[in-house]
Design a protein around this ligand. Structure first.
Ligand code: 13P
Length: 252
């Protein structure tokens, strides 16, 4: 049984004023039937972890360095995230792949570091619109998955997020058939590589998940939750998404 996960990626948004949103989320879901995770900017992680203490809200980072320490100005190690109170870290998001030229092998090294620090790594994969138009989305995502997920990964410490680049922040989402086909492919690929444990990896969908479409996305086979950007910033938007996922968890 895979635990459902509603994950919010705040990206470069939020100051301490946004803690009101985290508090409202906790108040609305004191005993959720799924996991709820917020990944705020690094500056907010420690204080958000204090707010979340004793509540079901989980806190994560949005990136980490592959090395444990050293001369890497501006970077943060996985152990530093863990010490700040993070239990998760998003890795290989398409914005980092684009803005910081992160390659699959970089993401894999970061994931190794995250696992060594006891974090759960949320490894992101996803094709561009041109790649989908060319019909190469399975090739692209298959390559990203093979290159970005470390050999030591298990379903307990790595989550895969499928985020088609063209659906991020655009209000566009793939059809249910397109999401189903990709998640089926991810599952088959993980089982081929990790054997039975391949069934234990949670597969999140990400890209313009909103209150209005969450329920239908969560009904798709092999969708174990969502990685939500814009709609995770306001509790009023994220709460119905969490509620929709809880309803799926109920039915199982
Ligand atoms: P949006 O939900 O804003 O489309 O962002 C998705 C995303 O990139 C989450 O990591």
């Amino acid at each position: 049984m895979r635990r459902k996960l509603a994950a919010g990626n705040w990206k470069m948004n939020g100051t301490r004023a946004a803690f009101a949103e985290a508090k409202a989320l906790i108040a609305a879901h004191p005993a959720p039937r799924c996991q709820i995770l917020l990944c705020p900017p690094a500056t907010l992680i420690a204080a958000m972890a204090e707010i979340a203490e004793g509540s079901p809200l989980l806190v994560g980072g949005q990136d980490c360095h592959a090395d444990a320490a050293g001369a890497h100005t501006g970077d943060i190690s996985a152990a530093m995230l863990a010490e700040a109170g993070a239990g998760f870290v998003i890795l290989g998001h398409s914005e980092r792949r684009a803005d910081h030229a992160e390659r699959d092998e970089d993401v894999r090294r970061k994931a190794d570091a995250a696992l060594a620090a006891g974090l759960v790594a949320i490894v992101c994969v996803g094709e561009t619109e041109a790649e989908r138009d060319a019909g190469s989305e399975l090739d692209v995502v298959g390559r990203q998955l093979a290159g970005s997920v470390p050999d030591g990964a298990t379903g307990a410490d790595v989550v895969i997020a499928y985020e088609p680049v063209w659906a991020i922040g655009t209000g566009r989402t793939p059809t249910a058939e397109q999401i189903a086909a990709m998640h089926r492919f991810l599952r088959e690929t993980l089982v081929a590589r990790f054997g039975e444990d391949g069934h234990a990896f949670r597969l999140l969908y990400g890209g313009s998940v909103k209150p209005g479409n969450a329920r239908s996305i969560f009904a798709i086979p092999d969708v174990d939750g969502a990685l939500v950007g814009g709609a995770s910033l306001k509790a009023e938007d994220f709460k119905p998404i969490v509620a929709a996922l809880e309803d799926c968890a109920d039915r199982e």
